[in-house]
Design a binder for this molecule. Sequence first.
Ligand code: ZN
Length: 277
Amino acid sequence: MRLATLSDRAVLLTDTGAVDIADASAGRFGPDPMDVLADWTAFRAWAGSAVLPAASPYRTADLGAPVPRPRQVFAVALNYRPHAAEAGYVPPEIPLLFTKFPSCITGPNARVELPKGRVDWELEMVAVIGAPCHRVPASEGWEAVAGLTVGQDLSERVLQLTGTPPQFSLGKSYPGFGPTGPALVTPDELPDRDDIAIECLLNGESVQAARTSEMIFSVPRLVEFISGVCPLYPGDLIFTGTPAGVGNRRVPQRFLGPDDVLVSRIDGLGEMRQTFR
Ligand code: ZN
């Protein structure tokens, strides 16, 4: 199942177009995507057996963030060994968490305003929480996940790395710094939910490419670690970390400018395209 936000309404995407969930369910679910997620278990049961009306064609440009207003956004630093190495750190022994404040979340085609400083890319797979949960063991971690989507943890490196110790979260939370989408894809759609190819292209050149099986802490282990402290709510996002190839560790360094086109692609989840101004 592929769930998306089209002109601010929750839709199911099919091979031929989009089905409005509120219309198809006679008002039982939606139209607010957050309401669909808040009733996730019942929605999945309905969507699994409902006879859907014909899908309508839609414009990709009208897609918004599949989870437009998450209560909590968790993000994981240094979750791929080659990225930890390029950043000059030993791999962490426990997940290293920060937040992207939720006001930065935007959709898959957002044009992002560049603040002063040095803005860098970080392609990441994002896990979306389904039912409310707390203290979930890793063995049940996937059951807490409604679906997966593509994310960019855009980062302004000067603010992120200033200070001793530095504060990660603000430099990663400018408006538009959390593009997500194009859809929330349920893990059963994927051949192997633990091993997914991810790739980031800058102006057509591949700058990051990895597989999620290379993550130091897998999705279920992240759910266990985070939910061991914080109760999780429907629609909460977990940015699972970026692989090697970010701009501030390249030689020479490379940061985003107004002429750049950033494409973020994850097998089975789809593709986002960011431009800048
Ligand atoms: Zn990141």
